[in-house]
Design a protein. Structure first.
Lengths: 217, 181
């Protein structure tokens, strides 16, 4: 039975689709017969919608405030620094055109030689690795999880011999078709073991100077 | 002072409580990853900020859902939302659309408002903002962040879930009375 005490609650149940049976029938009959009640239901619905809007705007404003303060903070060491703009003074190479052309020709020859050397390097040293600082999922001895530690990971493209391998010293080097976003590192404090999880597969990691194959557990 | 991180479970609890220091800590911690992802995928600095904040909002709602549980790091979960959100934005852009915020988490069919002469959205929002702070927070926590009655009772030192429910409806009644209902 709808009354002044419970009508907000019953209207809310109706709006959520939770009213059933006789309660629903009574509600619908009241809606059909009472225009003021229909208006009240519509108003309550609109109020809830706008509370959600206010909530969202409040949270968004809070995040914008955090963002602004964050950008105003002095940057920590180790973060990527914007290069300072410096005034560059252009100095002519040489007033003598012959010398200028000779120097330019020498530079071109050096570049060509450099390209030749680079193209003939072993493929696993060609090209820079993708380096990312990734969070380590630390499982504590009490089975709690922490995520405040980071590890530098360098990912090298695979080559003929290194297709799914790793080298784990102070940093972790991965050899294979991996993307930083797919790489998850887990450290179990209880066992002292590191593991790698990539695409639902888990691999054990051993600290060693040797390059080891990734073996699924 | 700054937030003192202890564990993922503690961080989750603090984020759910909307602890300001926890929110600042988590926001700043994950910004570099989100920024790098958007910028490396055809986005601008402004896109990165918008996408990250929209994703963070979705995250703050998701962590209050009853079925949410920590299966990986909270950062990983947030980053998944960022990736998903940005890829949707790129898809919309390619179709000629612009960055739109995600809808409120309750959708409703369009009502023939003219029939009832209801107050405008702006008028209602103004009244929500003029509610006493506790009523406003209770309403936002329940209707927007979908916090459970049990959690609301704990958060606002209310004796029971039933009493929390009554308090919430009293706040709703206050608002309705402002509009003559």
């Amino acid at each position: 039975m709808i009354n002044e005490e419970n009508k907000e609650e019953i209207i809310e149940q109706y709006l959520e689709g939770a009213l059933t049976g006789e309660d629903l029938q009574e509600f619908e009959e009241k809606m059909a017969a009472d225009a003021a009640f229909r208006r009240e239901v519509a108003l309550q619905k609109k109020i809830v919608h706008n509370v959600q809007t206010v909530g969202r705007e409040q949270l968004r404003a809070q995040l914008k405030g955090i963002h602004k303060l964050m950008l105003e903070k002095p940057q920590d060491e180790g973060e990527i620094q914007e290069e300072a703009e410096t005034e560059v003074k252009v100095v002519p190479l040489s007033p003598n055109k012959s010398i200028t052309y000779a120097i330019a020709a020498a530079i071109v020859l050096l570049i060509v030689a450099g390209i030749f050397v680079v193209l003939n390097q072993d493929q696993n040293t060609f090209g820079d690795p993708l380096v990312a600082s990734l969070p380590v999922e630390v499982i504590g001895a009490d089975n709690t999880t922490r995520g405040d530690e980071m590890m530098d990971v360098a990912i090298y493209s695979p080559n003929d011999t290194l297709t799914q391998h790793y080298q784990f010293t102070d940093t972790l080097k991965l050899y294979g078709p991996f993307k930083p976003l797919d790489v998850h590192i887990i450290y179990n404090e209880g066992t002292g073991q590191y593991k790698l999880r990539i695409h639902e597969k888990t691999y054990g990691l051993k600290k060693t100077e040797e390059i080891m194959p990734l073996e699924e557990e | 002072m700054g937030y003192q991180y202890k564990s993922e479970e503690q961080l989750l609890e603090d984020l759910r409580k909307r602890d300001e220091e926890a929110i600042s800590y988590f926001y700043e911690k994950n910004w570099p990853m989100a920024r790098a992802h958007v910028i490396n995928n055809s986005g601008s600095e402004e896109d990165a900020e918008d996408c990250y904040q929209e994703s963070f909002i979705i995250f703050m709602i998701k962590i209050n859902e009853p079925e949410f549980e920590i299966r990986s790091l909270l950062s990983t979960y947030l980053f998944g939302i960022v990736k998903y959100h940005w890829s949707n934005q790129l898809r919309n852009r390619n179709k000629g659309g612009k960055m739109e915020p995600p809808p409120n988490n309750v959708t409703h069919p369009k009502e023939p408002e003219e029939e009832f002469n209801l107050p405008s959205d702006e008028e209602i929002q103004a009244m929500v903002n003029e509610l006493d702070p506790e009523c406003k927070d209770i309403m936002i926590d329940f209707y927007y962040l979908k916090i459970s009655m049990k959690e609301l009772a704990e958060r606002y030192n209310i004796a029971s879930e039933g009493a929390a429910r009554k308090r919430k409806f009293k706040c709703l009644q206050k608002l309705k009375k402002l509009f003559g209902v």
